[in-house]
Design a protein around this ligand. Structure first.
Ligand code: UT7
Length: 370
């Protein structure tokens, strides 16, 4: 008994940008990018919105269109829950999940977004599984909860809209895309066997992105003040200080972009990935020998190689999809999962580990039986 993945899909935007093309923007080259990261090209959403990408991935996962992997075609009325993991929703409200609910006609679904940066899809699976398990008919108190028998979990990002294209430390890394999975509660199949999610403080502000809300606020501490609207948001300076970006913003650098101390994040990521895999396998009472495929967050091929070495398992246990996607944050794990199904490397009954880490810091892993 458990929540089983019965469908998945992915969507990449049309424009593919090769490493060497970025030489027009920053001092970089294909050799540096491909040897340091494993990335050869990334996709950039120009015409596509985040929800356009998410919608196509979801339609595949629901078995409505070709592409992806779907055990059967679902009826819109069957989906009870939509979780969309994203840090780049098209709008603040409705949520990205709410937009998808409307576009897909999933009128029975509860819908909300989840921000756990690159770990968002793994958090979303863990969250959906918990809601499904708590509402399972055999569980005491289930009648008092929303019944959730099927969930659509999506990771969708348009990271290239948050990228500082003058910063070679970050702009070569990111790409856009969306991936989706459908979970179904099954009385027969075990499905998700364990999950492990964790947070630790990013105390050095190694990976940040400040939001900017643009509506002018005509108030100062005493009440209405039309001058205050023109003066801007006094809270921003404190947020800039909290994220340690005050100096950069004062220098005219953009506020709402991803900033990263690569080596610091690399260190966190390498440790967090192996720890999450081990913890989730322990909780499932399994060892790496039982695992057919690990689908990791695609941030840097070197991080995945490090994990393979540290865990003492072959690199080919890991799904590698980074070469032509770059790092697409919450979309990266579900897109790589769709690739793994497409290439036939996940078969019914296989034990699979999904693992991610990201800003926050967040990290997590889910183990399931396909
Ligand atoms: O999904 C969110 C999580 N993010 C991550 O997991 C990313 C984790 N970090 C990384 O993947 C790596 O740290 C990077 C790929 C970001 C950077 O690789 P690195 O091996 O840690 O390089 P570095 O930052 O230490 O930079 C080495 C050199 C520097 O030059 P100097 O100071 O040694 O002269 C950089 O200025 O490489 C230079 N450099 C570049 N050169 C050409 C940095 N970016 C570039 C570039 N092209 N794009």
């Amino acid at each position: 008994m458990g929540s089983t993945i019965i469908g998945c899909g992915k969507c990449l935007p049309a424009l593919e940008v090769e490493n060497d093309e970025l030489k027009a923007l920053v001092d970089t080259n294909d050799e540096w990018i491909s040897t340091r990261t494993g990335i050869k090209s990334r996709r950039v959403a120009v015409d596509e919105t985040n929800s356009d990408l998410a919608e196509v991935a979801a339609r595949q996962a629901l078995g409505w269109i070709d592409g992806g992997h779907a055990e059967r075609r679902l009826d819109p009325s069957e989906i009870d829950l939509i979780i969309c993991a994203t840090i780049t929703p098209d709008v603040v409200s409705p949520s990205e999940a709410g937009l998808l609910r409307r576009r897909l006609g999933l009128s029975n679904a509860i819908a909300f977004d989840l921000n756990a940066a690159c770990s968002g899809f793994v958090y979303g699976l863990a969250m959906a599984e918990s809601m499904m398990a708590a509402a399972a008919p055999s569980v005491a108190g289930a009648a008092g909860r929303n019944p959730v028998r099927r969930a659509l979990v999506v990771g969708a990002e348009r990271l290239t809209r948050l990228t500082d294209w003058s910063d070679r430390n970050t702009c070569v890394l990111f790409g856009d895309g969306a991936g989706a999975a459908v979970l179904e509660w099954s009385d027969e199949r075990p499905g998700i066997l364990s999950s492990f999610i964790a947070n630790e403080d990013d105390e050095a502000n190694a990976l940040t992105c400040a939001a900017a809300y643009e509506a002018p606020q005509p108030f100062d501490a005493r009440g209405i003040s039309l001058d205050a609207a023109a003066a801007g948001d006094p809270g921003l300076a404190r947020i800039d200080e909290e994220l340690a970006i005050g100096e950069a913003v004062a220098d005219g650098k953009p506020r709402q972009v991803l900033r990263m101390n690569g080596p610091k994040v690399f260190k966190f990521a390498s440790e967090a990935m192996t720890a999450a895999i081990r913890a989730a396998l322990d909780r499932a009472n399994l060892s790496l020998d039982d695992v057919a495929c690990i689908v990791p967050h695609q941030a840097n091929e070197r991080i995945i190689k490090y994990a393979a070495k540290k865990l003492g398992c072959p690199l080919d246990l890991f799904q590698l999809s980074i070469a032509h996607t770059g790092n697409s944050s919450a979309a990266s794990v579900p897109m790589a999962l769709a690739d793994a199904y497409e290439s036939g490397r996940i078969q019914r009954g296989d034990k699979v580990v999904l693992v991610a880490f990201g800003g926050g810091f967040t990290s997590g892993a889910v183990v399931y039986e396909a």
